[in-house]
Design a binder for this molecule. Structure first.
Ligand SMILES: Cc1cc2nc3c(=O)[nH]c(=O)nc-3n(C[C@H](O)[C@H](O)[C@H](O)COP(=O)(O)OP(=O)(O)OC[C@H]3O[C@@H](n4cnc5c(N)ncnc54)[C@H](O)[C@@H]3O)c2cc1C
Length: 450
């Protein structure tokens, strides 16, 4: 993998673009101050020791804060006319460098374009910068809920659909890329054209823009599907032996109505989570966001497997707290507790439960954070002390032999259907200005099916 930072753009072009953007959008919408440029040149890459070794990967020369979807198109048109690269940015929580401006140029910061435009029966329309938690709260006010959201609940809808994969709700609805026309109903997208404008696309036409980091078009507005709201509670259980909680995950996930989240981890990972009396030290933890009508059945399952229900807490605040301890978040907490020690790999499949001791043996000191998933068995994050990229890669064959699916996330290239994104980008971004540096073939085994 090349770690070379691509060359920055000619200063004269940046100065001319900044002047035009100030004319078009006003002074407050444009900045070339060091602190602002620094802030938009980093993302959540510190989660990855592999990428940390390669930083910095690029630096913005200009940042623009469009206040709404129309202004996003105006800023893109101006940048194209000046031949300046454009890197879109939501909240910047993507953890592997995908939002880093590798060719310099302009960062399009969506944080001010965050309006909830409309909430209707079964749908919500929001501007790209709207935080996921704000979207869920707006849906709840109408007796509805979003199908799915990531553990980074403050991240933006534009960033989630462009860079994210799944989260709370995926256990029922699947991952972002597996629900064509189901999660994202429509988008307003902007191509890299000198007369850039909003283009409204629905269903499968919209789907081809998802999870490709904005390389083929920048999403300005998103329409997501909503479903009727359910009465959710957060249930915490503890186990003396993590095998028991891992074994239980499939039975808890099979409760009807389906839980929104079922997470479990062994004592070291659970002890690294924010302290809470419902997370007793030295025990494995099972955490469930479940429909209130299933609390009794879940309790019976847990106690039957030798576990103890530590707490059941109703309401949005309590369930959001569990979401923020799911998916990648336990790895972040682990790294806070033990800075610089651990790396992680995304893993999936029934072998994670059925052959867990062999899975743990692949990397010395390994431990698993597990989530129930809709398809393909449970999935999660395998964390282990980092001894170098080569050692990490060496474990892949052994995982495959055990029947463990894996995805090496420690790289910033579009690796979900990259050929399709490249073909689309050739039409929608002929000058290669959209998020440059992300549309190349990775020379590492990412494990993702092409
Ligand atoms: C601790 C931790 C936990 C996480 N947990 C999850 C999880 O549970 N599930 C999950 O899916 N992800 C997770 N992530 C990854 C990431 O936080 C999410 O995918 C998040 O939703 C990204 O949103 P963002 O607003 O921060 O996007 P950013 O990081 O700003 O952007 C993500 C990518 O999309 C591009 N982009 C941003 N906005 C747009 C736009 N409007 N149009 C086109 N392209 C755009 C960016 O250039 C970048 O390539 C986690 C990350 C961390 C650090």
């Amino acid at each position: 993998m090349s770690t070379e930072t691509l060359p920055a753009v000619d200063t004269e072009k940046i100065t001319a673009l900044a002047a035009e953007l100030r004319e078009l959008l006003g002074d407050a919408a444009v900045s070339d101050e060091d602190a602002a440029l620094e802030r938009v040149s980093v993302d959540g890459s510190t989660l990855s020791p592999v990428i940390m070794e390669k930083l910095p990967l690029g630096r913005a020369q200009l940042v623009v804060y469009p206040p709404n979807a129309e202004a996003i198109a105006i800023a893109i048109g101006a940048a194209v006319r000046h031949g300046v690269p454009i890197t879109p940015r939501g909240k910047g929580t993507g953890n592997y460098g995908q939002a880093i401006p590798m060719s310099g140029g302009m960062v399009l910061d969506m944080s001010k374009a965050r309006a909830i435009v409309e909430v209707g029966d079964g749908f919500l329309i929001a501007e790209a910068g709207a935080p996921m938690i704000q979207i869920e709260q707006a849906a709840n006010k109408t007796g509805q809920q979003v199908l799915m959201f990531p553990s980074t609940v403050q991240s933006s809808i534009g960033g989630f659909v462009s860079g994210g994969s799944g989260g709370t709700g995926s256990i029922k609805h699947g991952m972002l890329t597996s629900i064509v026309g189901g999660y994202v109903r429509s988008i307003d997208v902007v191509h890299a054209e000198s007369d850039a404008h909003l283009l409204h696309l629905t269903g499968a036409d919209a789907h081809v823009y998802l999870h490709n980091y904005g390389v083929a078009g920048i999403i300005a507005r998103v329409e997501v599907a909503l479903e009727p709201q359910q009465p959710w509670s957060a249930l915490y259980a503890s186990f003396d032996d993590f095998h028991d909680s891992f074994n239980l995950i499939r039975a808890v996930a099979a409760l009807e109505p389906t839980p929104r989240l079922v997470s479990t981890d062994g004592p070291t990972l659970a002890d690294a989570l924010p302290s809470d009396e419902a997370l007793p030290a030295g025990k494995a933890s099972l955490r469930v966001i479940l429909d209130d009508s299933t609390i009794e059945a879940a309790t019976a399952l847990i106690e039957g497997a030798g576990g103890t229900v530590e707490a059941v807490r109703p309401g949005l605040q309590a369930t959001m707290k569990l979401s923020m301890m799911s998916y990648n978040h336990p790895i972040e907490w682990l790294q806070k507790a033990y800075p610089g020690v651990y790396f992680h790999i995304e893993v999936g499949g029934d072998a994670l439960v059925d052959r867990i001791d062999e899975v743990h043996e692949i990397y010395p000191g390994a431990m698993l954070h597990l989530e129930a998933m809709a398809q393909g068995g449970p999935g999660g994050m395998l964390a282990a002390p980092y001894t170098g990229e080569a050692d990490m890669l060496a474990g892949f064959e052994r995982m495959r032999a055990l029947g463990v699916g894996y995805h090496n996330p420690h790289q910033w290239f579009v690796d979900y259907e990259p050929e399709r994104s490249a073909a689309l980008a050739a039409i929608t971004d002929p000058l290669g200005l959209l998020n440059p540096g992300k549309l190349l073939e990775p020379d590492v085994d990412t494990g993702r099916k092409r």
